[in-house]
Design a protein around this ligand. Structure first.
Ligand code: SF4
Length: 243
C-alpha cells in the first residue's frame, strides 16, 4: 500500500484553524445581531468623520455628538475650520475632554489638509498618521468607515473583548490588531471593529459584563474560566483581564 504523502506545508496547524473557526463562529453571531454596523459618531463626509474621531479620543461618542453639530454648522470644511482658528474651535468643543489639545491639533490638521492635500482627507494610512492628533487607531477608523477598507481599529472595547474572549489576545493594541487580521475571515473584516466595539459597549462592558445573556458565551475564554472555577455564570463585577 503506498504511503500517504505528507500534508502540504502550507496547510494551517490545528491551533490556527481552531482560532479561525472560533472567530468565524463569533462573528457569525455578532453579525446576525447587527447586520449593518457603523460608527455611532455623527458625520457627513470623510472630513467631519476625521474630526469626530480625533475628538473622540478619551471621550464618549455621545459627548462628541453633542458638540459637533455646532462646530460643523460653522466649519464643515478644512478651509472653514482653519478660518475659525484654534480659539474658535476650542470654544465649540469645550464640553469634550482634552479640548485644549484637541483644538490645537484640529487647527494644525486643517492647515495640513488645506496646504498639502487641497482640502481633502488623504486615503493613505501613512499620510493620515502624519496628521496632528491622528494615530493608527484613528487612521484605521477613517480608512474603514469613510473609504471602505477592511481595517480593524483597536480601541479600549476591542482590546478588552479580544482579550477576554481569547479571540485575539495581546498585550498591545497593535498585537491585538495583527492577531485579529490573522483569525477574522475576510468577509467579516470590514465590520469586525464595529461589531467588537458595540459588543464591548453594550454587552461585554468593562466593569459588569453581561455574561449570562451574552450570545457568544460558549465561545468565550473568560466565561469558560469563570464557569469552571465558580460553577455558574460570571459574577457581576469580575471583568477579567483587558478591562
Ligand atoms: S461571556 Fe462575558 S466576558 Fe465573554 S464576551 Fe460575553 S460578556 Fe464578555
Amino acid at each position: 500500500m503506498p504511503e500517504r504523502s505528507p500534508r502540504p506545508s502550507r496547510s494551517r496547524p490545528p491551533a490556527a484553524s481552531a482560532a479561525r473557526a472560533k472567530a468565524e463562529a463569533i462573528f457569525e453571531r455578532l453579525a446576525a445581531a447587527r447586520p449593518d454596523p457603523h460608527t455611532e459618531l455623527v458625520y457627513r463626509d470623510p472630513f467631519t468623520l476625521l474630526v469626530a474621531v480625533v475628538l473622540s479620543a478619551q471621550a464618549t461618542d455621545a459627548s462628541v455628538n453633542k458638540a459637533t453639530p455646532a462646530l460643523f454648522a460653522v466649519a464643515p470644511t478644512p478651509q472653514a475650520m482653519l478660518a475659525l482658528g484654534e480659539e474658535g474651535i476650542r470654544e465649540k468643543i469645550q464640553t469634550i475632554g482634552l479640548y485644549r489639545s484637541k483644538a490645537k491639533n484640529l487647527a494644525e490638521l486643517c492647515r495640513t489638509l488645506v496646504e498639502e492635500y487641497g482640502g481633502r482627507v488623504p486615503r493613505e494610512r501613512e499620510a493620515l498618521e502624519k496628521l496632528p492628533g491622528v494615530g493608527r487607531k484613528t487612521a484605521n477608523v477613517v480608512l474603514n468607515e469613510a473609504f471602505g477598507e477592511p481595517t480593524i481599529a483597536v480601541d479600549t472595547h476591542v482590546f478588552r473583548v479580544a482579550n477576554r474572549t481569547g479571540l485575539a489576545p495581546g498585550k498591545t493594541p497593535l498585537e491585538v490588531e495583527k492577531k485579529l487580521h490573522e483569525v477574522v475571515p475576510e468577509c467579516f473584516r470590514k465590520g469586525a471593529h464595529h461589531w467588537l466595539v458595540l459588543h464591548g459597549r453594550y454587552v461585554c462592558t468593562a466593569r459588569k459584563p453581561a455574561c449570562p445573556s451574552c450570545p457568544i458565551r460558549d465561545l468565550c475564554d473568560h466565561y469558560a474560566r469563570t464557569v469552571a472555577t465558580a460553577g455558574g455564570d460570571a459574577p457581576a463585577g469580575k471583568g477579567g483581564k483587558g478591562s
